[in-house]
Design a protein around this ligand. Sequence first.
Ligand code: ATP
Ligand code: MG
Length: 682
Amino acid sequence: KFRFNWLIFVRLNISQQQAVEYISGPCLVLAGAGSGKTRVIINKIAYLIQVKGYQPKHVVAVTFTNKAAREMKERIAQTLGRKEARGLKISTFHTLGLDIIRKEYKQIGIKSNFSLFDDNDQFSLLKALTEQWFDGDKDLINQLRHTISNWKNDLVDATIAMARAQTKKEQLFAHCYQLYEQQQKACGILDFDDLILLPTLLLQSNEQVREKWQNRVRYLLVDEYQDTNTSQYELIKLLVGYKAKFTVVGDDDQSIYSWRGARPQNLVLLNQDFPSLNVIKLEQNYRSSGRILKAANILIENNPHIFTKTLHSELGYGEPLNVISANNEEDEAEKVVNDLIGHRFATNSRYGDYAILYRGNHQSRLFEKILMQNRIPYKISGGTSFFSRIEIKDLMAYLRLLINLDDDNAFIRVVNTPKREIGPATLQKLGQLAEQKSLSLFKAAFDVQLTELLPPKRFESLHQFVNWFSQLSDNAQHDPMPVVDQLLHGIDYQSWLYETSPSPAAAQMRMKNVEQLTSWLDSMLKGDDIDEPMTLEQAVMRFTLRDMLERNESDEEEDAVQLMTLHASKGLEFPYVYLVGMAEGLLPHQASIDEDNIEEERRLAYVGITRAQQVLTFSYSTERKQYGDVSYLEPSRFLLELPQDDLNWNSKKQQTSEQRLEQGKSRLAMIKAQLAKAKAEL
Ligand code: ATP
Ligand code: MG
């Protein structure tokens, strides 16, 4: 049955169409921001399935966030039909890795019910393992965590790390890595980086498994390719094999994750590793006004470039870029929010059309405060996440223990929540026994020797808990959802929340969050029309992944101002953008100034600028209070690198009536251009 739906292709230019239709070999779409790279990916998936007859299960696409993956899947399901899209695999690298691990855990040599550790879990494990050397020193532990992560991203295991270590410190770190690996194996723990590392090592070493996956992944597409790290690139190569049927899209100027091991050089490597690579460039930007685009282009010209790219916009020149300067940070937040209120009123826009972007999470606080004071709805990504709320952490720990009784971190969190009279002394004894016998805490609780170590009453409380819980865990194998209900009732979690919350209203809120999580869980276990049903293990790991990748990502569409870090804004677009904290020390960040790593900061600014469609406003303050001290800030060097004729410093007040007239005219021109575009597309 041949159905050709031209509708999908209506809005592609010639180069985009070429990129979509080229499927005979490896393909790289290298292009600047807003040029339709992501759109190419979406259309290409539809093209492969609908026109080229690929079965959805043979098409695999990788996006940078789970949210982007869900949106993409939804759009394709709408275009192709839900049934037709079923089985299509669109996910992040980590979720893809998790899927491979879940199917191949035997080959990898781990047990099926492993636990996934998040940053906090990893931190406490490393803290415990390094006690004798680091004495709980937070900075050192974090440094170690970072180093281990880098090793894993570069496919270096503990043995290699040890062999390569030269200085005393490197040797100690490598030794800690060894201990960490051992502990991981013993307790069935995987960390974030293992989700890429383990599948990569497996596919490297096991030809049979490799062929199986290559047969499954007949076409691979990767968005935001510039931010892949070494192990991810290796995984791509292993999955596509010699047939090299893949399309990756990226922009070297938007590489902003080198601190997480991303290697923009992978763009160059691609050319060397696949000599037949077809490189397609897109040159029209469909997102931003001419002025915004010009500013972005001029800024990024200050960075050295391996590739030449050009980008133009036909959306009209647009309004000048405003710069709001303020005396201090509170003043800055006030001015920005006032500007936003005024603009919204004048243009009758939605709150959801505005984004406030900043370099670091801590910068959101004052903006939140002022937005709240003005009763403006806002949504924040990157702050305290849903998953870091106490009640959610409790429930997640219970769920983790349910799927893996050997998860010691989870055990410690739940054993006394709610209070069960199992105090630190009891836990210490239990811990000693566990260590002595190389058992997990849960297993050690069943050891006969424990009766000698603990007073009968304590032993009794502990035993009651572990017996009850191992029964639950058994039952959860078959039908998990009723078990989760039993669990919540069994521990009478609701009463516990009322006891421990500051107010009944707070307790209610927390209970609502718990219900939110269980209802998500329920729908994941059941599956829906696009997603297959998941096992409890899969669902719990998805939650952990979501927590780590997209702090507080919410799916509901609400009309709210969006606050997020520049890192989190990648790939997104908004009609009106405020890029705040444009001061030396904030953007570029002080650490990067000290380390002379300005280029990545400039790319961050580039990413921020290119999120804006119509109006871009910068802000900065000249004073900053930190730990009680006041420091003086200079406007960011990036502001000075922008074309000054297009900037309107401290706009509004000094604006002459001519300028306003000009502005009105250019806004009109832009609206006209957009109307014309919309008409043409219809
Ligand atoms: P980024 O580098 O920021 O990820 P991108 O290259 O992925 O950007 P897209 O997000 O795919 O760009 O597209 C930017 C905007 O331009 C989107 O709103 C998209 O719908 C629109 N767009 C892309 N191609 C076309 C086209 N041919 N005609 C009309 N609009 C387009
Ligand atoms: Mg994109």
